[in-house]
Design a protein around this ligand. Structure first.
Ligand code: NAP
Length: 260
């Protein structure tokens, strides 16, 4: 890896293409916008084509380079077909962000089996399906960046979210395992662990003043995160600036994981 003449140049993503799963809204959309602002062309993904087209239009209206690719990340065949057809059409994926995820809250003794399965399929199986399909192409090119969206729940529990924490703890360890297997092929695999950010996934918590009071009092930064605050971290992990960072989980959480 040659030394850049200016360190800021190593953060630029011009000429790179990024696929961000679950990016029609929320954190995924903010990550896609940040990657596109850094120069990447971005491929937005989700299940709802209308939502996806509206997200693509928003980025294009901002002068950013974006297209969509609708598929369900829990469907291994659909994932493989989508990745194969992107590559066949010349849309090679240089950066993959495995972001799609859901939350279902209920005490473990009342948690429905089908909810457990839906959660594991969306949060964990998808990282394996999309990660494997894209990594196979990256291996041929001997380069690539994979960023798996973890969570502070990769480290910490909370009442009524044991299955979600189990899924995010598993994504953390899958990230490390992927880094070990793919590093020798020139691929970096890292995790990005958001703290509490205001999105559809957390809207019930945002609407609950007691939760916000509890959260802000135990967060060193004393507030919720705003999704654009994840942009710097994803650009870092997607760029040459992090070329020797591999198997690392970068928490962006206002300090939540630093304290009891
Ligand atoms: P969100 O606002 O609910 O957005 C989820 C996105 O994923 C949507 O674009 C949704 O679009 C897509 N999606 C859901 N299931 C999918 C599937 N099966 N196939 C393809 N796309 C799918 O959630 P978020 O808060 O942005 O969360 C994004 C990620 O960050 C998740 O992995 C979550 O666990 C993690 N995270 C969030 C927070 C937080 O505070 N919000 C904190 C830590 C970690 P469609 O419904 O149209 O498919």
């Amino acid at each position: 890896m040659s030394q850049p003449s200016n360190i800021l140049d190593s953060f630029r993503l011009n000429g790179r293409r990024a696929l961000i799963t679950g990016s029609s809204g929320g954190i995924g959309f903010a990550l896609a916008r940040a990657l596109a602002q850094a120069g990447a062309s971005v491929i937005l993904n989700g299940r709802n084509p209308q939502k996806l087209e509206s997200a693509v239009s928003t980025l294009r209206d901002e002068g950013l380079n974006a297209m969509s690719c609708a598929f369900d990340v829990t469907d291994a065949n659909a994932v493989k077909l989508a990745v194969d057809s992107l590559e066949a059409d010349g849309h090679e994926v240089h950066i993959l962000v495995n972001n799609a995820g859901i939350q279902i809250r209920n005490p473990i003794n009342e948690f429905a089996e089908q909810d457990w399965q839906a959660l594991m399929r969306t949060n964990l199986d998808s990282v394996f399906y999309v990660g494997k399909a894209v990594a196979q192409k990256m291996i041929e090119r001997r380069s690539g960046k994979i960023i798996n969206i973890c969570s502070v729940q990769s480290e910490l529990g909370r009442p009524s979210i044991a299955p979600y924490a189990a899924s995010k703890g598993a994504v953390k360890m899958l990230t490390k395992g992927m880094a070990i297997d793919l590093g020798p092929h020139g691929i970096n695999v890292n995790g990005l662990g958001p703290g509490y950010f205001k999105t559809e996934l957390t809207e019930k918590l945002v609407a609950d003043p007691a939760f916000t009071q509890w959260l802000t009092s135990r967060t060193p930064s004393r507030r919720w995160g705003e999704v654009h605050e994840l942009g710097g971290a994803v650009v870092f992990l997607a760029s040459d600036a992090s070329q020797f960072v591999n198997g690392h989980i970068l928490y962006v959480d206002g300090g939540v994981t630093a304290t009891l």
